[in-house]
Design a binder for this molecule. Structure first.
Ligand code: TRP
Length: 418
């Protein structure tokens, strides 16, 4: 049986292939051919899996509308571990997506016990990072967004306690506010289609957030009034919760169709996509949402500087964007590498970049040029590049990045509201 993933744990499972198999996540590899020119995080396989990304790559390639949304829990300062998802959002916006960010203050308050004032303070920091990276679009706070709260309530009509215990292991001692924060996240994921029109929506996240994606896809199906089915010889439209009036409207939209008690059979010659689009429109006229299933991408996590997971509860494991230079220096210079116990051994055997936090940092964020990265990797493996030198060079890259990032945050500071 598939094990549960706990999105609130600080030590999520790392066996990604196993997880993908257990939970039916698709490999990202085939998407890369479709997209053509790729950002570093796709070229270097940082994004490893997806659900339903075909809808997004189609929209990108055919220049059709789509949305991109992710959320951040404002329960601490933003750091390097948040950079990947921010870059993914900005890339999708630059490729035609409409951007949305949820500041999950309700989740931070319910699950981490943060005060609302603290949530706002951290949220402003996240916002400034997003704008500095070129984010354009809507950033909202969960607790202040009334249409989101209404949508989350509607979503909650399709979530029961056995769903919550099966997916998250919630039990008798789980606070109601924690459960509500789950419906808020379902609301977040569907919100772009409410605010910006029905369209494919991609949610870039780490694998730990997949339970929310799965739940939201179930809720999306449950919210539909109709089910459009391809029967091979013809297309059939089943009324799930549709009213008799809505059924009549659907039958009228397809001349020659046959209307039965709970379904309508169409004459041959239609495609599922075309029929589904018409039916969604009618569903909306009759009080439904007509939402499309949201898509997601899963990126691997940046390794903590001491090995293991990057976590804000372990300060040496990560660099905060506002860290002082002396701390940045200390963290980088004392990071765990793929180096050998002695210099001699390293010269003989070469280093092991696949185990190295410094190599990972370069691969994820500090080196955009693929040739430069592979040269660094080869020199390391050949025993020509020693860890001390490599760390010093990396430190200079990190310093340059932080200085430029700070400048950009200052330039865009006026965009940060609330
Ligand atoms: N739960 C996410 C976290 O812990 C934050 C979040 C809230 C989110 N709403 C979202 C992520 C919607 C993706 C989509 O970081």
């Amino acid at each position: 049986m598939a094990e549960q993933i706990n999105p609130w744990s600080s030590t999520p499972k790392v066996n990604i292939e196993r997880l993908f198999e257990d939970f039916g996540i698709d490999s990202f590899e085939p998407q890369k051919e479709k997209l053509g020119e790729l950002p570093t995080f796709m070229r270097r396989n940082v994004i490893q899996g997806h659900r339903g990304y075909d809808a997004i790559s189609d929209a990108i390639v055919n220049k059709k509308p789509f949305h991109v949304l992710t959320g951040f829990m404002p329960s601490g300062h933003p750091h390097f571990g948040h950079l990947m998802v921010m870059k993914e959002v900005v890339w999708h916006i630059n490729h035609g997506g409409r951007g949305f960010i949820s500041m999950a203050d309700r989740e931070a308050h319910a699950v981490r016990g943060l005060s609302w004032e603290k949530c706002d303070e951290y949220a402003r920091e996240y916002m400034s990072c997003l704008y500095a990276l070129g984010f354009k679009g809507e950033i909202y706070s969960q607790r202040r967004n009334n249409s989101l709260k209404d949508l989350a309530f509607e979503a909650a009509t399709k979530i029961n306690f056995s769903n919550l215990s099966a997916i998250y292991g919630f039990g008798a001692d789980t606070e109601l506010a924690h459960a509500i924060s789950v419906s808020m996240q379902v609301g977040d994921i569907l919100y772009p289609q409410l605010a910006g029109g029905v369209a494919p929506t991609v949610v870039p996240v780490g694998i730990d957030q997949d339970p929310h994606i799965r739940l939201t896809r179930d809720v999306t199906n449950a919210l539909r009034q109709f089910l459009v089915e391809d029967r091979g010889t013809h297309i059939s439209i089943r009324a799930k919760t549709a009213s008799p009036e809505a059924m009549t409207a659907v039958a009228a939209a397809f001349p020659g169709s046959k209307k039965y008690e709970g379904h309508i059979d169409l004459q041959p010659g239609h495609t599922v996509e075309e029929v589904d689009a018409v039916v969604r429109g009618i569903e909306q006229q009759f009080g439904g949402f007509g939402f499309l299933l949201p898509s997601s991408t899963y990126h691997s996590f940046l390794m903590g500087l001491q090995g293991g997971k990057m976590s804000s509860s372990v300060p040496e494991s990560l660099v905060w964007f506002d860290d002082e230079d002396k701390d940045v220096k200390k963290k980088i210079m004392s990071a765990l590498t793929g180096g050998r116990p002695t210099l001699d051994e390293q010269k003989k055997l070469g280093g092991e970049p696949e185990k190295c936090a410094i190599y990972q940092l370069n691969k994820f964020h500090m080196m955009d040029d693929d040739r430069e990265l592979s040269e660094m990797c080869q020199k390391c493996k050949a025993g020509e590049l020693m860890c001390g030198t490599c760390k010093k060079e990396t430190l200079e890259r990190v310093r340059a990045f932080l200085a430029e990032f700070k400048e950009k945050r200052d330039e865009t500071a006026h965009m940060v509201e609330w």
